[in-house]
Design a binder for this molecule. Structure first.
Ligand SMILES: *Cc1c(COP(=O)(O)O)cnc(C)c1O
Length: 454
């Protein structure tokens, strides 16, 4: 009998994170100081992050050891299972084999605690008292709240207004783990007040919430900032996903032809794909890796590769990435975790070099796919995860057309149990697809030309 679930023992949990920078043919360009346009040094980042994380951010070492205390906490939910989606395969009547890594069993219900725990750990080790952060859909805020509770740190979360209103239970989860949660834009920061002055009914954005959290961290020496995606160290922490999966696929006796994950900033995509990309880059095994973004925030497929700010107020260093401009306002879709104007530096460079692919999908196709998955596999996916599932269905249908048996692996990066309002809106016919004009897409690109180095 074929296995449905492929488990690992706790003793098989990876002991290192994988840093893809060591193997990239073109190394990522350095982040720049917006004033001098010179590469930022560790001292520029020190007000925001503890030194261990800054070291990881610029590391070129292939493997970084996972501290024992972090592995101990990982054991609450890791290793996570790889599942064969027999039910979905049957529904699609496809010759493709579909596997997924399920990250929804974590304390927040997604992959985010994989980096929240080490980030809290390194901050605690350096004597930090409080962490501030932003959250979109609420996944990252929940993950960091949990991690702070583990290390007895205070946690202050700026939650994008639209999600704060749509997802009251996310806020209560964070409160349960001990965090203080504020709707962003708030009047607690200059960045928030500036936005509210222009638009008092602003529904917020990740870019604005990041500015607020950074401003709070910079203002107090005992407070630091934590980011849930985009940065190199965050992506590196997530590679525990792909390393576990590689062992599990070995046990299953298959190797993926196609790897698919949704992309907001790039961390769950990187987490699953990077260990497999190592084999592609070093020429040992082929694989197509597809990052799926929402058509309402299409930085990979419609953005430009440029230096841009990671936040709206312009507090971060300039990052070389695919971006729609830091003032781009994504449509108010329910996949809050995918509403970010840029993509991580590492994913951007890999896309530019043709080592990964990108696809933008409309939300109605994604929710339809999510419902098909829920009915056949029994797990209600997070709205973000439905983007991967929709692309999986496209690839499985293509395999059927071609009559080839492809192995498709995707990241089921989170469950949707706290996202039922999104499903309600879908069932009630209140969701729409989004079509941007070229003018709307390029409206925020001109202003970033001035940010480019000479
Ligand atoms: C945060 C989140 C995302 C998007 O962030 P990435 O860094 O691109 O992974 C996707 N899915 C879920 C469930 C999330 O919580």
């Amino acid at each position: 009998m074929h296995q449905k679930k492929i488990f690992l023992n706790e003793s098989e949990m990876p002991e290192h994170w994988y840093n893809i920078v060591a193997d990239m043919p073109n190394k990522p360009l350095p982040p720049l100081h917006p004033g001098t346009k010179q590469p930022v040094g560790p001292e520029d980042l020190a007000p925001l992050f503890p030194m261990e994380l800054i070291k990881q951010e610029v590391s070129t070492e292939r493997y970084i050891e996972i501290p024992d205390q972090v592995r101990d906490i990982y054991r609450i939910w890791r290793p996570t299972p790889v599942m064969r989606a027999y039910g979905l395969e049957k529904l699609l009547d496809t010759p493709a084999k579909i596997y997924y890594k399920y990250e929804g069993g974590s304390p927040s219900g997604s992959h985010k605690p994989n980096t929240a725990v080490p980030q809290a750990y390194y901050n605690k080790k350096q004597g930090v008292k409080r962490l501030t952060t932003e959250t979109g859909a609420g996944q990252w805020g929940t993950a960091l709240s949990f991690a702070c509770a583990q290390f007895d740190l205070e946690c202050e979360v700026y939650m994008v207004r639209i999600s704060y209103d749509q997802k009251p239970y996310r806020k209560i989860m964070m409160n349960t783990f001990g965090a203080d949660v504020y709707a962003s834009p708030s009047n607690r920061t200059k960045a928030g007040r500036d936005v509210l002055a222009k638009d008092s009914s602003s529904t917020g954005s990740l870019g604005i919430a990041i500015s607020e959290a950074i401003e709070r961290a910079v203002a107090d020496e005992h407070t630091k900032y934590a980011l849930g995606s985009v940065l190199n160290h965050v992506l590196t922490h997530q590679t525990i996903i792909g390393q576990e999966t590689m062992k599990q696929m070995e046990y299953a006796g298959d190797y993926p032809d196609i790897i698919i994950a949704p992309l907001g900033g790039g961390s769950n995509f990187a987490g699953l794909a990077f260990p497999f990309l190592k084999n592609l880059i070093t020429g040992t095994k082929r694989v197509r890796c597809i990052a799926v973004e929402p058509a309402s925030c299409p930085k990979l497929t419609k953005g430009v590769f440029r230096y841009d700010f990671g936040d709206t107020a312009g507090y971060t260093p300039l990052l070389p990435m695919y971006t729609l401009g830091h003032n781009f306002k994504p449509a108010s879709i329910h996949a809050g975790g995918l509403r970010y104007h840029g993509a991580s530096v590492l994913c951007s460079q890999l896309l530019k070099d043709g080592l990964i692919e990108a696809q933008a999908l409309q939300q109605l196709e994604c929710f339809e796919a999510g419902v098909q998955f829920a009915k056949t596999e029994g797990i209600i996916p997070a709205p973000e995860a439905t983007h991967a599932i929709a692309q999986v269905i496209r690839e499985a249908n293509q395999a059927k057309l071609e009559g080839t048996s492809k192995v498709i692996l995707f990241n089921m990066c989170g469950h949707g149990f706290v996202d039922m309002q999104a499903y309600a809106d879908y069932f009630e016919g209140n969701l729409e697809n989004h079509f941007f004009t070229d003018k709307e897409l390029s409206a925020n690109l001109e202003e970033i030309e001035a940010l480019q180095p000479a």
